[in-house]
Design a protein around this ligand. Sequence first.
Ligand SMILES: [Fe+2]
Length: 505
Amino acid sequence: MNPTIRRSIGIISSLLLGIGGLFALQAANTENPPQTDDRERLPSPQQAAPAKLSDAEQHRPGILPDRVILTWQTDPSRSQAVTWRTDVSVQSPQLQFAEATPNKSFLKAVQTRLPTSTRFTSDLGEALYHSVNLVGLKPSTKYVYRLGDGVHFTEWYQFQTASDKPEPFRFIYFGDAQNELKDHWSRVIRQSIFDAPNVRFFLHAGDLIDYGTSDRQWGEWFRAGAWLNATIPSIVTPGNHEYTGSSKRFTTADGPSWLPRIRTSRLTPHWRTQFALPENGPLGLEETTYFIDYQGVRFVSLNSNERIEEQAQWLDQILQSNPMRWTILTFHHPIISPAKARDNPKVRAAWQPIIDKHRVDLVLQGHDHTYSRSGLILSQNVASGAQYRNGDRGTVYCVSVSGPKMYALNVQPWMQSSAEGKQLYQVISIDGDRLHYEAKTILGETYDVFELRKSGDRNVLLEREDLLADVAKKESERNRAIAAVGLLFALVGIAFGISQTRRGT
Ligand SMILES: [Fe+2]
């Protein structure tokens, strides 16, 4: 047969086979419609909604550790405290740790530490809280650890000890988280760590939860931070909401909720059970009033809920003997309130003179569910909170909020920056004589920025426009230097050319 005719017959046969196949497939699909398993799983409007899990069911402890958190009880360059929770059936709680290696060869050098365990009864039931303070660690070193009962373990978490020298670092500061922690605060802590992944710790300025004795709310706070809390340490100071009394369940149209039965002004027992913090403060205020020195900065937590004047004396003492270049204070109730109809005159009267006396650099506060940031402020240049004015010496005061509850802002002349209705976090970096501060929105956008630079016995405050001018100045200096070097080379080239020409003639 002619090869062209044979090829044509082949093509036509293939086409017919293909068309036949398509018809066959269509027929098969008609006879065997797709399995409807997936469709059947979708809820139909007639089906009842699933039964709601109780708070106790949603936050029940288990054999595997949860609510894992790193804090410091002692020197951050040589120690690391770890606290976690299990159910009461766990018989052999333990922590395993080793110096981290680039692979899993650290497994050959694992050591075990047994925790101090506390049986704790919350409004949702019983649990065990376990705590180990790892001591004798090396500065600036990465370690791995895991938690378990000898049979079941968590993943290996990793952390890094501080340097024992003043080296650059950064941390994140959060104002009140407090409300709707699972739904709306989780976004903030997670965004913050994407934005600043190499921070050394989180600092929470009080009111982490709404009702101090609500185990559901603590459960939500821990779940929002999840494994971040097991990897990045936290410094926490108590707010008034950590001082609520026992809670009472009540039901609204939106479902079950909680109210404090009595405001007892007692620190919630959750606090000291789940946070292992320094006990270097006044007697009776352990783990709420304390200081931690971190790479050239003294961080001081004050408890603004009680015994205010007594803490002023203690603050005076520990700042008198402060060898650190920088001093940052955190407490909950603001020295100068940015919200309408709120003021804390007792805290201001007792603490601000000490803050002035020791030239504290920065004060990080919460409580007022707005944002405000001062310039350099001293107490003697004011008559009252509303009449503060910024000067060329003093302390920068910040109030921020990271949770979704918002109050009305009372705009005042001392505010260099302020905001209402914004969930914020702050990334603060310290490098030698410079402290750089950025307040960021929940979207990761910079809302406020300033820098403090040490100059002799005082700080110079650079606002956003100063920083931009500084960058432009440096750029201009760099360009001038490049131009000068270029000119030098050109002159050398010309001189060389002339000398060669003369030699030739
Ligand atoms: Fe508060």
